[in-house]
Design a protein around this ligand. Structure first.
Ligand SMILES: Nc1nc2c(ncn2[C@@H]2O[C@H](COP(=O)(O)OP(=O)(O)OP(=O)(O)O)[C@@H](O)[C@H]2O)c(=O)[nH]1
Length: 777
């Protein structure tokens, strides 16, 4: 059945303006959708009963036949288009969707369809030649980097999609590093081979240089740009040519036959050379293969069977010693079927990945909740990846993070916005669960509390310690996603006070889905503050509150999240003497603060105790003191921004025996504010890494503008006919940048912006900021 959104007339699908004056933390290259809605081209999303049957018939495929794969790349590289083609060729959709028409399966949120970008990652399940592929389409926009990271944790392998005319772009580097961190084997797909200026050689060179990896060329293109019509499989030396059939050019039909010297002598020689290079490269990385090549086939590599080479490529890919490279054009329907074959052939099954924690669970359930969606009728739907044990509907599970038992009522296989109910979920597989009310993104799910404790004890024995307390269970949490600190914030208000509760509920649901969204209460004004990763992020949240929760909210102006730190060491003392009822609360304390030197910005203060204090301090009081210090650091004394990079020493603390812990915290907190003020406050501003891709003609205009923005250019690289300016620039100077850059470069330039660090404002900038904040200018 078509979803309502798919039936929207074009007037409702028009792109809302994404180019407001302060559109600073966003790519300029967000697509403008076609303005005519082709009614005749409406898509048939229903899939036939046979397709459903085929999915149902193998509800739990053998683990070796499962591939949990992510697609990652820079914005606009073509991830969604590639995913759409995969679903089409595997038979799960009947017609091809197009991001430019807003009717793809994986971009299923209304905002995604309208704006033509991927915001939430959607997990999609389909089968390809007896393999079950759970595929996650991840967003490319930097505002949603956390979405990518969250998904990477549950993937066993990834396809990195590149625009073959641009090579490695800024966001590719970021996601590549994230994939390195999670040790995920990858293959590269050079997409857009049909584009003007597409260059296979350039893109491969850029992968080699920028990603510092060893590309294994498994294919060579036949033609480039307008002449691109197929590829040669370097391993089998077969050519694959897509020929449009009379009525449809959907890429389903292609001709696959051995490449003969008579077909094209030059190409034949190129493929011959590429195969020999590939064999040498793989032999260098894999001893078993080297032995085979040097033995039986040293005289003639031509005799080496394709399957031996494929097995060796698989081993080096799994060991992350090299990365297979394929090419094609998703939009022109070329190269996607060989890419699917490569996913099954070269990327790992779940049981080929090693997870240390599995040994502690043995056959007990261990699963990770990696995404939460809110469904109006069914409540929260939680995406789960099972690592060990199995899940069944109508069963109780224990959430280690929340220390609570919950019930799963149903299990569903996700197909974008449609789902198939399943009776069980086995290790290595991914599904949607209905019924979990407390679980949030990143939570570890096990079968029971007893099972968590047993696993903790096994883990304790392994590390040479008996762990008995249930708090040790924490050590069994699967690695958490580091949530980056938001750089933008604004106030959000409901239309009336009566709607405040509804707004609070909506925000808490959205936070469960998206840990990078922070919601705070301004202690002075009582207003709700929304903190996000970029303007687009906040704009989308605003939009979702309206559409999904029916609340029309008002956003205050977007502001930059500065930080505060101290310039010098200082000491302060404080006394709290308060009688509440018949109890006298009396505390005196002395604290010392010092600037912390180090590379990594830390918002959490490092806390030490003088020896005289630690000797007499009851353990339970330590929590109250540390709460007081940490809370005080949330709002710095100058402008109320978080304080970073400080060391605190508790020099003394005395108290009346009746004093409550809350009073101790309050006294310590007030004393720290005094010490911070004495130490001299330095305001820090977010410094961004900026990468502008601009044509030679407009380079000087872009550079002149950058100079006005306190930007410092670090490097100017060449990318085909374009120049790539790599610069550092304060976020405060980037307000309205997309509009300015567009007019300076006639809309031809694109840019990405990413938080690099926090840098100190000079004294003039700091006092100007202070005056602005106090409303004096
Ligand atoms: N010429 C050409 N254009 C393509 C190709 N693949 C995708 N595109 C176009 O590139 C644009 C971006 O495609 P998407 O599939 O949305 O890219 P994406 O990587 O999913 O983008 P985000 O979700 O926003 O990160 C669209 O206009 C596509 O039509 C291709 O093979 N060749």
């Amino acid at each position: 059945m078509l979803r309502t959104v798919r039936k929207l007339p074009m007037s409702a699908l028009k792109l809302t303006s994404l180019c407001s004056e302060h559109a600073c933390f966003r790519k300029t290259k967000i697509r403008v959708l076609s303005l005519t809605w082709q009614n005749t081209g409406q898509r048939n999303y229903s899939y036939s009963p046979e397709d459903v049957k085929s999915l149902r018939s193998v509800i739990n495929p053998h683990i070796s036949r499962i591939r949990n794969i992510g697609i990652m790349a820079h914005i606009d590289a073509g991830k969604t288009t590639t995913t759409e083609r995969m679903l089409y060729y595997s038979g799960y959709i009947r017609t091809l969707g197009d991001v430019d028409d807003g009717d793809t399966v994986t971009d299923f949120m209304v905002q995604e369809r309208e704006r033509g970008i991927t915001i939430q990652s959607a997990a999609v399940t389909f089968d390809w030649k007896d393999y079950r592929i759970n595929l996650i389409d991840t967003p490319g926009h930097v505002d949603f980097t956390l979405e990518v990271e969250r998904c990477l944790r549950v993937l066993d392998g990834a396809v990195a999609v590149f625009d073959a005319s641009a090579g490695v772009e800024a966001q590719t580097l970021t996601v590549w590093r994230q994939a390195d961190k999670h040790q995920i084997p990858r293959i590269c797909f050079l997409n857009k081979m049909d584009k003007n200026r597409a260059s296979f050689t350039y893109a491969v060179e850029s992968i080699k240089q920028k990603l510092k990896t060893k590309p294994l060329l498994l294919q060579l293109p036949i033609g480039e740009a307008k002449t691109f019509r197929g590829l040669v499989d370097v391993v089998t030396k077969e050519q694959i040519i897509w020929k449009p059939t009379s009525d449809m050019d959907d890429g389903k039909h292609f001709e696959q036959k051995p490449l003969l010297e008579t077909d094209d002598p030059n190409l034949f020689q190129e493929v011959q050379d590429a195969r020999n290079t590939l064999i040498e490269q793989v032999a260098d990385l894999d001893d078993e293969f080297a032995e085979l090549v040097l033995g039986e086939y040293s005289e003639n590599f031509d005799l080496l069977p394709a399957d031996k080479l494929q097995s060796a490529i698989r081993r080096v890919t799994l060991a992350q010693k090299a990365v297979p490279v394929l090419c094609g054009s998703a939009l022109k329907n070329k190269g996607v079927q060989p890419l699917l074959d490569a996913i099954t052939m070269y990327l790992p099954a779940p049981n080929e990945r090693s997870y240390e924690f599995l040994q502690w669970y043995k056959d007990d359930l261990c699963a990770l909740a990696f995404k939460v969606l809110h469904d109006k009728c069914r409540g929260p739907l939680v995406f789960i990846r099972v690592y060990s044990g199995s899940l069944k509907p109508q069963s109780a599970v224990y959430n280690i993070n929340k220390s609570c038992t919950e019930r799963i009522s149903r299990l569903l296989l996700p197909f974008a916005d449609q789902q198939i109910e399943i009776p069980s979920l086995m290790p290595g597989n991914i599904a949607l669960t209905v019924g979990l009310k407390q679980s949030a993104t990143g939570d570890t799910i096990v079968s029971s509390k007893a099972s968590a404790v047993a696993a903790a004890q096994r883990a304790g024995r392994d590390t040479g310690r008996e762990r008995r307390s249930s708090s040790d269970v924490e050590s069994l949490l699967l690695a958490g996603v580091e949530v980056p600190e938001p750089v933008f914030f604004c106030t959000i208000e409901p239309p009336s006070m009566a709607k405040q509760q509804d707004l609070d509920n909506a925000l808490s649901c959205l936070q469960r889905e998206d840990p990078s969204l922070k919601v705070k209460l301004d202690p002075d004004t009582g207003q709700t503050i929304l903190c996000g990763m970029g303007e687009l992020h906040i704009e989308i949240i605003h939009d979702r509150i309206k559409r999904e929760y029916g609340i029309e909210t008002y956003l205050g102006p977007l502001q930059i999240a500065y930080r505060e730190t101290i310039l010098n060491a200082a000491q302060a003392t404080d006394v709290l003497d308060k009688t509440v009822g018949d109890k006298r609360h009396f505390v005196t304390t002395e604290l010392e603060v010092r600037p912390r030197l180090g590379d990594k910005a830390m918002t959490k203060p490092a806390i030490e105790y003088a020896e005289s204090v630690i000797e007499v301090l009851p353990k339970e009081l330590q929590g109250a003191i540390e709460n007081g210090i940490t809370n005080s650091c949330i709002q710095g004394p100058l402008l109320g921004f978080p304080v970073q990079d400080i060391d605190v020493t508790v020099q003394s603390l005395t108290m009346h025996p009746d004093t409550s812990h809350t009073m101790v915290s309050a006294c310590v907190s007030r004393c720290l504010q005094k010490a911070l003020k004495k130490a001299g406050i330095q305001v820090l501003e977010p410094l961004m890494n900026l990468e502008i891709t601009v044509s030679e003609d407009h380079l000087s205009a872009a550079l002149a503008d950058l100079a006005q923005r306190r930007g410092s250019v670090q490097e100017i690289q060449s990318r085909q006919d374009n120049r790539v300016v790599v610069a550092a620039v304060p976020l405060a100077e980037m307000m309205g940048y997309s509009t300015v850059l567009r007019s300076l470069t006639s809309g031809s330039a694109t840019f990405t912006l990413e938080l690099a660090s926090y840098q100190a404002l000079n004294s003039q900038e700091q006092s100007a900021l202070l005056q602005r904040k106090m409303g004096l200018v």
